[in-house]
Design a protein around this ligand. Structure first.
Ligand SMILES: Nc1ncnc2c1ncn2[C@@H]1O[C@H](COP(=O)(O)OP(=O)(O)OP(=O)(O)O)[C@@H](O)[C@H]1O
Length: 218
């Protein structure tokens, strides 16, 4: 489903990655791992069509990003590292707002069902009153309104308690399995990565992660 060939990206003189090659199929959950500043967010932004590489190509369903990025955007879901929801609106009002921007339409019942699946049933609660874990769940639910085939998540479990982390991990596993989605996500929690991901891709030259996760690198 996804093919990345000889991808390179620099910021000024700082080379973030060079000659990166990745292939991935539907139904897989892939963990992106690497030390701070290794380039994980940069790669996710390129794969989400929000940033361009200096060199190399990305293909989704055999179609190049260069020509087909508008069509690809409709089937890509991206959850940024910083939570991006409206604090003064309720959970359901946020869903309704983002549904209006979505190419796929959803009824209120369907949106509630989506929230129930991610174990966030406080539809009428104002976002400012939610915990960090609940906000992350809402951010994730919003990214699924348009039924993406390829989901990219930048540290979706950062700074939240173990229970919410486990719930999000289980939710992602069910999404990949039941909806046949390709999911790529970053985390600094290696136990979680081992529990949730089918395999990992290490960004950067750091051998620490290569040794730690050698069984998961295919
Ligand atoms: N817009 C930008 N302009 C200049 N340099 C940038 C920009 N975005 C990222 N960088 C640099 O590129 C490198 C990779 O950053 P990136 O955020 O992709 O790393 P990361 O692996 O996601 O880090 P973390 O684990 O801390 O989130 C860092 O050195 C960062 O400072």
């Amino acid at each position: 489903m996804l093919k990345v060939t000889e991808l390179s990206k620099s910021y000024g003189k700082r080379k973030v990655f060079d000659n990166l090659n990745i292939t991935a199929e539907r139904g897989e959950i892939i963990g992106l791992v690497g030390e701070n500043g290794a380039g994980k967010s940069t790669l996710l932004k390129i794969l989400a069509t929000l940033s361009k590489p200096d060199d190399g190509e990305v293909f989704l369903n055999d179609q190049s990003y260069k020509k087909h990025y508008r069509a690809h955007r409709k089937i890509i879901g991206y959850v940024p590292q910083n939570i991006a929801v409206w604090e003064d609106l309720t959970v359901l009002e946020n869903m309704k707002f983002f549904e209006k921007l979505s190419p796929v339409k959803k009824s209120v019942k369907e949106m509630k069902h989506l929230l129930d699946n991610i174990q966030l049933d406080r539809y009428k609660t104002r976002v400012s009153q939610l915990s960090g874990g609940m906000k992350r769940k809402l951010n994730l639910a919003i990214s699924l309104i348009h039924e993406p085939e390829f989901l990219l998540l930048d540290e979706p479990t950062a700074g939240i308690d173990l229970k919410s982390r486990i719930e999000i991990g289980e939710f992602l596993k069910n999404l990949a399995r039941n909806n046949n989605m390709l999911i790529m996500y970053t985390s600094h929690d290696m136990n979680e990565i081992k529990e949730v991901c089918d395999r990992v891709i290490i960004i950067g030259e750091d051998n620490f992660y290569r040794e730690l996760l050698s069984d998961y690198m295919v």
